[in-house]
Ligand binder design. Structure first.
Ligand SMILES: NC(=O)c1ccc[n+]([C@@H]2O[C@H](COP(=O)([O-])OP(=O)(O)OC[C@H]3O[C@@H](n4cnc5c(N)ncnc54)[C@H](O)[C@@H]3O)[C@@H](O)[C@H]2O)c1
Ligand SMILES: N[C@H](CO)Cc1c[nH]c[nH+]1
Ligand SMILES: [Zn+2]
Length: 427
């Protein structure tokens, strides 16, 4: 069910910028533009209209009440709470290493410069909830924001038919440290967070994954608010040699494919036998899967199996592809880490399937997709921090620097700039 490509065909179909599909379909873009404009101009009235239209009901209150949040703890099994707490500990531990202190540098005796690190004040985190429930994404979104010191973290997630949200999301929000939860989804949630309504205060930055409507909305509000990235459907690229286990490889391809019909799962192997056995395994394992239809459509339309001549060729293709997730299932896999140039997150060896990272290991699972790992990185504490530079010059220091500054200012024909220096040194 996964089509087989030659390396050249793969490049043409999945990497070439000329053949790359546009990010969002026209229909999605036009719907989202209308939603954003209407909510920006008409606030609550428009937010209710779209929530009813796209999510089938309007909740009594947008915000999940304290009582609902408390009750949620009674509705979630203890073992699930324990699993989430353990995952949260790992995520906290990993992300706490990303924290940076403001720094001051004495360049000379009379020149000081440095950087202030300040948390963003209000952040909106989007947690998808259309076709699956993602408590793990609550943790991944919010824990780095808490560590960065964000004053208020508000979470938005859809509530089907105007009901409350699934209790596990509320529990995960408490574990992570989310301050407010809104029962709003899709592009209407992004509009409400970006522009505010009579009942919802706007935020400074919106982070988190979502479907095409959410992603398109984030791309359009960027500038009015910050965003971390536009995360598209999930992706995995697996590099496997003849020592890899086809059962494991097939399971990992399916694990991404089951997210979304548009998810992309690729295998690059030096072994024709492994590819053949993996394809058979994929068919067998898909048959047992509750989300089988989604996975099958994804693997058939967006998947690829490529037989390569060497592991080096596999890395060349993968580095051009810049996938969200890369699995290396080859002999002595750790040794190949140095060959990775572009990837959101890497999973090394046969016993590190990608779901280890989705749920538990600690690194973030909100990662760049669609080739954007060429120039961007996964969500981190940095996304919630602003870095403000500062400088201090004494009179003596300015006197020493003046000729250089004046020279460049004059070249730029900005005499006012030159004068701002000169005027201080004239007395
Ligand atoms: N990168 C990550 O870390 C990560 C994590 C979890 C999920 N995901 C991805 O997030 C996506 C989740 O998508 P989802 O749909 O399940 O949830 P979602 O919450 O992103 O989207 C659902 C919302 O979309 C809106 N919507 C649906 N159809 C619409 C239409 N025709 N017009 C306008 N609005 C419409 C509705 O308001 C609905 O509430 C998947 O692609 C999944 O792979 C990514
Ligand atoms: N694999 C997804 C990121 O692409 C994250 C996720 C959440 N839950 C399961 N998986
Ligand atoms: Zn996943």
């Amino acid at each position: 069910m996964i089509p087989v490509y030659t390396p050249e065909q793969f490049v043409e179909a999945f990497i070439s910028r000329k053949t790359k599909k546009q990010a969002f379909e026209d229909g999605v873009m036009s719907t989202v533009k209308e939603v954003l404009e209407n909510i920006r101009n008409n606030g609550e009235k428009a937010l209710k209209e779209y929530t009813l239209k796209f999510d089938g009901g309007i909740p009594e209150n947008w915000e999940v009440s304290e009582e609902e949040r408390k009750k949620a703890w009674e509705q979630v099994p203890d073992e699930l709470i324990e699993a989430l707490k353990k995952a949260a500990d790992n995520i906290r531990k990993f992300h706490s290493k990303q924290l940076q202190q403001s720094r001051m540098m004495e360049m000379t005796d009379d020149i000081i410069s440095g950087q202030l690190f300040r948390p963003i004040d209000r952040v909106g985190v989007y947690v998808p909830g259309g076709t699956a429930v993602y408590p793990s994404s609550v943790l991944m979104n919010a824990i780095p924001a808490v560590l960065a010191g964000v004053r208020e973290i508000v979470m938005a997630t859809p509530a089907r038919g105007g009901e409350s949200i699934t209790p596990i999301l509320s529990v995960a929000a408490d574990i992570a440290g989310v301050h407010k939860i809104y029962k709003i989804g899709g592009s209407q949630a992004i509009a409400a967070l970006a522009y505010g309504t009579e009942e919802i205060e706007p935020v400074d930055k919106i982070v988190g994954p979502g479907n095409a409507y959410v992603a398109a909305a984030k791309s359009l509000v960027f500038g009015d608010v910050g965003i971390e990235m536009i995360a598209g459907p999930s992706e995995v690229a697996i590099i496997a040699d003849e020592t890899a286990n086809p059962k494991f490889v097939a399971a990992d391809l399916i694990a991404q494919a089951e997210h979304d019909e548009k998810a992309r799962a690729f295998i690059f192997s030096t072994s024709e036998r492994l590819v053949e056995e993996t394809l058979v395994e994929v068919k067998r394992q898909c048959a047992e899967l509750p989300r089988r239809e989604i996975a099958e459509v994804s693997l058939m339309n967006e998947g690829a199996a490529v037989v390569v001549n060497s592991i080096d060729e596999a890395f060349r293709l993968v580095n051009e592809l810049a996938p969200e997730h890369l699995e290396i299932q080859v002999e002595n896999a750790l040794q190949y880490l140095s060959k990775v140039k572009n990837a959101g997150s890497v999973f090394i060896g046969s016993f590190t399937p990608e779901p280890v990272g989705d749920y538990f290991a600690g690194p973030n699972h909100i990662l760049p997709t669609s080739g954007t790992a060429r120039f961007s990185s996964g969500l981190s504490v940095d996304d919630f921090v602003k870095k403000t530079t500062f400088v201090y010059y004494s009179e003596e220091a300015l006197r020493n620097a003046a000729p250089y500054i004046e020279k460049i200012a004059t070249e730029e024909q900005l005499d006012g700039h030159a004068r701002a220096v000169k005027v201080r040194l004239e007395q």
